[in-house]
Design a protein around this ligand. Sequence first.
Ligand SMILES: Cc1cc2nc3c(=O)[nH]c(=O)nc-3n(C[C@H](O)[C@H](O)[C@H](O)COP(=O)(O)OP(=O)(O)OC[C@H]3O[C@@H](n4cnc5c(N)ncnc54)[C@H](O)[C@@H]3O)c2cc1C
Length: 503
Amino acid sequence: MGGRLPLLVSESAAIPPAAIPSDVTPAAAPTPAETDVLIIGGGVCGTALLFELARYTDLGHLTLVERYDQLAQVNSRATNNSQTIHCGDIETNYSLEKARAVKRTAEMIGRYAELLAPEQASRCVFRTPKLVLAVGERECAFLRQRFALFSPHFPAMELLEKAQIAEWEPAVALVDGVLRPEELVAIGIRNSPTAVDYEALAESFVQQARLALAGSERQLNLQLGTEAERLVPEADAIRVELRGPEGPYTLRARHVVVNAGAHSLLLAQRLGFGLQYSCLPVAGSFYFTPDLLRGKVYTVQNDKLPFAAIHGDPDVRAPGKTRFGPTALLLPLLERYRPASFWQFLQVLRLDWAVLAAFWQLFSVADIRGYILRNLLFELPWLGRRLFLADARKIVPGMQLEDLRFAKGYGGVRPQLIDKRNRRLMLGEVSIPAIPRLIFNVTPSPGGTCCLGNAERDLEVIAAQLGCRLDRQRLALELHGVPPTVIRSSGLGEQLEGQSDAA
Ligand SMILES: Cc1cc2nc3c(=O)[nH]c(=O)nc-3n(C[C@H](O)[C@H](O)[C@H](O)COP(=O)(O)OP(=O)(O)OC[C@H]3O[C@@H](n4cnc5c(N)ncnc54)[C@H](O)[C@@H]3O)c2cc1C
């Protein structure tokens, strides 16, 4: 039980400032409450880590703080992302190498759902068909080649000709009951976990974390409505200044993981870490249509563009509606619909010549310039809907203007980082190097998909730092589907078993 703290606080003893005696002088300041691991941010990434710490380690005290009064109200909120599990099979902007890496972590979500009671699993993870559509000669040739390369690694993939597409997704291949004229081909996956309510998933992670600790002396301290304001590294811990519903207080944590979206960069830079990065917030909006699709329909990606082309997805929280999007709008906010986050955007932008050079590089590509402008126009009330319709008709050629309705209040902001040293836009997630005991994660797409995989990576670092027990064998069995016999008979298995009690 290497991970036990000498001083533990219970959920109820979450140190409101009122509990600190008023006659305490600075010299005799009370010892701040302590925790083994403090997670900052209650989105799907922070809660996934909480779940894994609770289930697979023996750490005695875990704390998660979240600024809002509810979990997962920013990018992980059900309305704010596309609800997709990105497995790499229908995302044509992924290389085979990236697709295989993403597939491994994406599958962890489906396996996690199998640990849940069926009723809870059915609120988190959804099975539908999905396909990626190629339209026209050039895209079709590309997709056929891709099928040949990818299908050995994705055995569920099927190559669909026009008539089969019409069977899977009539609205995609037919207009007024007749096959559309363009050349079409698609790669389809008939039935797999394809969609996730990341908000419900986050709630389930906390519930499962509580269950893992139930009946033991181990404690979980969930502090909603609590913002981490400042982190101060000390010799063997991180002191964190927090502001909760009762006012400010301090917590000492043996290890801190910041999973606060774009705010991770803000907190890191306040400490002098991650100064090599700037942040380009890219908002995504959506449009609703009636129930036009049976499953997810993606399109072949223009490889010059840094963001995924719009796709059609049945909304898991709005039965009978299909959502199209997301758009890609450059927006000077760290959080959508929160104008005050403009000031925080200015802090992480860190505008200088390197950032301007990265912007210049981006805007010098004609396809990107056109794309950025078009996405700006999508937001305009009259014109936006008409322009969006033209793009959405690549997926559903018979779509009419009256089918489309702007999804008001939907959509989040992808915190894309700019690498100032190399003057380029970075895609995907970034873990900002800091000091031992302190991790900052910034997670644009596919951050929802990779929540359990990223948590596993951080779990290893925490176990190595704190010397707690980490049950790798149970994790491999439950989340990677590696049965004990396979673990034992492979070299990897011996390694896993040998390390299962990290000192
Ligand atoms: C338009 C769009 C579509 C997307 N579609 C997909 C998709 O289909 N599939 C996919 O895998 N990914 C998708 N993503 C990405 C995905 O939504 C994110 O990667 C994921 O939600 C990130 O989770 P998170 O927990 O890191 O961040 P968030 O969900 O943003 O959570 C961060 C939390 O930290 C809290 N916080 C911030 N600062 C503090 C502080 N100082 N103190 C305490 N709490 C704090 C916030 O309140 C928030 O709750 C999409 C993103 C966007 C914007």
